[in-house]
Design a protein around this ligand. Sequence first.
Ligand code: C5P
Length: 289
Amino acid sequence: MPLLDAATLTETAYAKVNLALHVRERRADGYHALESLFVFATDGDRLSGCLDVGNEISLTLDGPFGAALGAGADNLVVNAAKKLQEHLGEKRGARLKLTKNLPVASGIGGGSADAAAALRLLNRLWDARLPRAELERIGLELGSDVPACVSSVTQMVRGRGEVLEPCHIDGLSGIPMLLVNPGVGVSTASVFSRWDRVDRGPLTASTLEDLIVDARNDLEEAAIGAAPVIADVIALLREQPGVRLARMSGSGATCFALFDTLDSRAAAARHIAARQPGWWSLETEIGGA
Ligand code: C5P
């Protein structure tokens, strides 16, 4: 249908990386109070969509990890679309296509970033003009990381994931970054349930140096308990020449490393691919803002 194709919109669901993630307490509602510095890679999944003639929401999947996901009602993109449709009382539908470049259940926000991209895309497609804060509020109903993924800018994130404070740290934007996943999926809920409930203190980093020296991912130990190979990923990343920081993102299993140059990142990616051909990796950068 050429008419519909002409009106196809696209959004990138940028990979989310927690440069630091401090877990402060388990709340009465079962969620954990967090302090986390979220940055976004310059790469991610791609979502495209056009209006459908009826009011149906349909989704097709492709890309390297497309087969790992179902396209039914439990897909976060479909969920997000239906929630927005309901919220708006929107009578039109949408035909969506998700190119899944990021591994699923991997701590880099794949599902959350996809849901946020769906909210942004449909807000445009249906000409709803909801302000960002409203999309973030709807996003929280879909998952704790979705609000931060709506704007996909560097943010200090608190609460369960709904208290967002855009922040700037000198020198962060454009840093060469390597993401590595050892091919195991870990469930966020199971990692949180393994957290040892020790509050190791607030996240106060205001420079890159603070982030490297003083900050942590408090879920690393719990995630390594669930998937010991994560320790191997971190160790291998840390021994690469030119690495400034290597840590796990989110609840894992994806880990990231920040490099001083594009060449050192490329050399590390080659070395790791040769040593661990079954692992997934992505050479990317920290996005602007
Ligand atoms: O909100 P989301 O669906 O992404 O969270 C998945 C699971 O991770 C929750 O059910 C909860 O067990 C855990 N979680 C948590 N504290 C948070 C975020 C997530 O305990 N701040």
